[in-house]
Design a protein around this ligand. Structure first.
Ligand code: BGC
Length: 462
């Protein structure tokens, strides 16, 4: 390749990365919403003098909204396109945040959180899909992991901002301030190009070619990718019809759903939603609880870089194995310490350390890689439907984990609850071995060909 051609490729690589970063900002919204409510709860409860039941509604309505949003987004991203779906998600995000900040009664908060939920349901469906379609395959894993990095940064930012506003008890600012990043995201989304795969689905080949050229810079690569997409579009089935008619597609949908159940049953959100309470159970006072919660958020961000650095070098499976082993170990030891009783400072520190190790295990593996795999394994014609199903499952399972944790603690005790989640992680090592494909460095088109030719799921990446 001569130097002019090389410069064109370099420039377009930069464009692709910039585009991916912008789309990954949807993850920031996701994270802000997950993180923001833990710190605001007690102040809302005080101002409106409401009981735990109302608070539970305010917290969990968002996950229900997200599950709904994810379902609707499948249809929307096919009809309106990925970009317009993201715009709608951003608008709803800003509207929901403003409404929550102004809430004059608890029911307004519930409506606001429902709108926010729908917004992140749309965003959490559309952004990884868009990223998988736009990223060059050599860095696809890292680009989708970037989305997870944004989620973790959002969670951390929300933990920190909650802590800052907690001195004045101003929950309205806690909830309202996230309209600002929402508005910035909205402005950014207008600069995103349409997904070339979506353009091809709508028969807009010339535009698809233009976009791809901007992103790849190499006409040979562009032509190859266009003809690959064309080949796939010849399969005369779509979404839900395809699900009923094509057993191979049912397998990839089933795998996506299973992957998201696995991600949630690692137990990560138990820590995200109840960290202060877990630290309280270890004998820490309120101030330390907040600090440790912030440290959890920070470790979650930092360990995500491990995934970004290695996902396209070592591959998805090795990282998942390490992650599940680390998570099982972390939770197993935390459970054991709770069983034996935490008495000294040294024991407290050790237990916190093991909980942080668990966070590292999640952030370097299941956090980013499940989203990555889910957006890679679905065939083009059923991608919207397939990712819709898996994203819906993510939120539904998220809700189950969120609403069952306190009952589990009360029912079977602290130690057994952590052991239970630890045991899930052991089972997931086996699932990874049996069912998860290695998709590193394989084009989405190859993965699809392998799936449709009936290869075993764990072999569709090769
Ligand atoms: C999960 C969320 C979780 C977050 C934590 C995401 O991948 O889907 O449920 O709260 O990671 O970083």
């Amino acid at each position: 390749m001569n130097s002019v051609a090389q410069a064109a490729v370099g420039h377009s690589r930069a464009t692709a990365i910039f585009t991916c970063i912008l789309a990954a900002l949807a993850g920031l919204m996701f994270g802000l919403d997950i993180g923001v409510i833990s710190g605001a709860q007690q102040f809302i409860q005080k101002e409106f003098a409401v009981g735990d039941r109302t608070i539970e509604w305010i917290v969990s309505i968002m996950m229900a909204g997200a599950a709904l949003g994810a379902l609707g987004a499948g249809w929307m991203s096919g009809h309106l396109g990925r970009k317009r779906s993201l715009i709608l998600g951003a608008v709803l995000f800003v509207a929901g945040s403003v409404l929550c900040g102004m809430a004059w009664a608890p029911y307004v908060l519930i409506v606001g959180r429902l709108i926010l939920g729908v917004a992140i349901g749309i965003a959490s469906f559309t952004a990884p899909l868009y990223l998988a379609e736009i990223a060059p395959e050599k860095i696809r894993g890292a680009m989708i992991s970037l989305y997870q990095l944004m989620i973790t940064i959002g969670i951390l930012a929300a933990f920190l901002s909650d802590t800052a506003f907690s001195y004045t008890g101003n929950w309205r600012w806690m909830l309202g301030i996230i309209a600002i990043p929402g508005a910035l995201f909205l402005a950014g989304v207008f600069f995103l190009p349409y997904s070339p795969r979506w353009l091809m689905m709508r028969g807009r080949r010339a535009e698809a070619e233009q976009v791809l050229f901007k992103l790849r810079g190499n006409p040979v690569e562009v032509n190859q990718e266009l003809s690959d997409i064309e080949q796939q579009l010849k399969v005369p089935q779509r979404g839900v019809h395809m699900f009923f008619q094509n057993a191979n597609f049912r397998r990839s949908v089933g795998l996506g759903v299973l992957l998201q159940v696995m991600q949630q049953l690692t137990g990560m959100n138990v820590v995200m939603y109840y960290a202060p309470r877990i630290f309280q159970g270890m004998g820490y006072n309120t101030e330390s609880q907040l600090w440790f919660t912030a440290i959890v958020g920070l470790v979650n961000v930092l360990a995500t870089f491990i995934a970004i650095a290695f996902v396209d070098k070592l591959g998805r499976k090795p990282i998942l194995y390490v992650g599940f082993v680390v998570m099982a170990l972390g939770l197993g030891v935390v459970g054991t310490m709770m069983h034996l009783g935490i008495h000294s400072h040294a024991e407290q520190f050790f237990t916190v350390g093991m909980l942080l190790i668990f966070i590292v295990g999640f952030a370097m593996s299941a956090g980013p890689l499940i989203w990555t795999l889910c957006s890679e394994i679905q065939p083009l014609k059923g991608r919207d439907f397939g990712i819709g199903c898996s994203t819906f499952t993510n939120w539904a399972a998220n809700w189950v984990v969120g609403v069952s944790f306190l009952s589990l603690l009360n029912g079977i005790g602290n130690a057994a609850t952590f052991w239970l989640y630890g045991a899930f992680n052991v089972v997931f090592i086996l699932f990874t071995f049996w069912l998860v494909p290695e998709t590193k460095g394989t084009t989405l088109e190859e993965i699809e060909r392998n799936l449709m030719s009936g290869k075993r799921l764990r072999e569709i990446g090769r």
